[in-house]
Design a protein around this ligand. Structure first.
Ligand code: NAP
Length: 267
């Protein structure tokens, strides 16, 4: 009989590590194999911690195709589906097939410099920020047309799944993940006679991409941050941001409803 393998990823908080041990024992008693290292043969990835742990695992394992479920030992737990006291219920519902998948679209940034190309993906967002505390000037084109020279701290380009994260703190809208749109939100935009930038977020349909050409003044460095993972770039020529082909499938049980989750976590 084919082995049924489940990967578990945990952050390093003692509470998460305890749940991880307990879950491993319970899964093994139910006939699953839980490998020590990430297995590409696994049918499910369980992330123990907060949303941060789920984001870390997804980025570390390069946006795996297998379903992902989060167990919340963190603060907010927007992606996380179950609490630590629901392990038995989780295993029995999973074995009985009583779940559905929530497909979440992801965003990708292609960073071009004279002799290099780098790609970064995000489930929440891509952030482009100025180096250290310098303001940043970004020439932004949408669908090939020049739109604005943004000046301020930076911009975020969020997926619907990420609309409740950094984007929300910036005054951006919450987007139902069943919609396919990218949201561009300004971080501390300057809006004076010297510099003019949009002060609200803007929404783009899934077939449009955003091109960002940095204009270097005090520094030729810039930060690109995908899901909280920061990379410092020097002398890049442009960044293209668009939907990525990767889809993250979160495993959700019958009671899950996006707007109920928003209500319980935000209001
Ligand atoms: P963190 O600074 O520890 O997380 C910030 C908070 O965002 C945590 O409470 C986290 O939930 C929550 N969160 C993450 N993804 C979310 C989502 N899709 N919807 C609602 N809340 C969400 O950093 P982290 O845990 O590594 O997460 C990285 C994320 O932090 C980035 O992707 C960015 O969106 C966010 N961030 C926000 C701000 C801001 O709001 N000013 C600034 C920088 C980064 P848990 O408590 O469950 O982990």
């Amino acid at each position: 009989m084919k082995k049924r393998i489940i990967n578990i990823y945990s952050n390093d908080l003692p509470a998460s590590e305890n749940i991880c041990r307990l879950l491993k024992e319970k899964l093994e008693r139910s006939g699953f194999v839980v490998p020590g290292d990430f297995s590409h043969e696994a049918e499910l990835l369980v992330c123990v911690g907060g949303d941060g742990a789920t984001l870390e695992a997804i980025n570390k394992y390069d946006f795996p195709k297998v379903p992902i479920i989060g167990i919340n030992t963190g603060h907010l737990g927007f992606f996380q589906e179950i609490n630590p006291d629901q392990l038995d219920e989780f295993i029995s519902n999973y074995m009985a097939g009583k779940y559905r998948l929530q497909p979440l679209s992801t965003v990708q940034a292609t960073v071009l410099s004279e002799d290099d190309t780098n790609i970064h993906k995000g489930l929440n967002e891509i952030v482009i920020k100025g180096w250290k505390s310098y303001s940043v000037h970004l020439n932004i084109s949408i669908g090939g047309s020049f739109i604005e020279r943004f000046s301020g701290d930076g911009i975020t380009i969020s997926t619907p799944a990420g609309s409740t994260a950094y984007n929300y703190s910036l005054g951006g809208s919450i987007i139902d993940p069943r919609l396919k749109a990218l949201q561009v939100a300004p971080i501390a935009p300057m809006n004076t006679t010297a510099y003019r930038s949009f002060t609200s977020s803007i929404l783009l349909p899934s077939d449009l991409s955003l091109e960002v050409v940095p204009e270097y003044t005090k520094s030729n460095q810039i930060y690109l941050i995908n899901d909280g993972i920061e990379t410092e770039y020097r002398n890049i020529t442009s960044i293209k941001v668009e939907f990525s082909d990767s889809v993250v499938n979160l495993l959700r049980f019958e009671t899950y409803d996006f707007w109920n989750k928003v209500k319980t976590k935000f209001l």
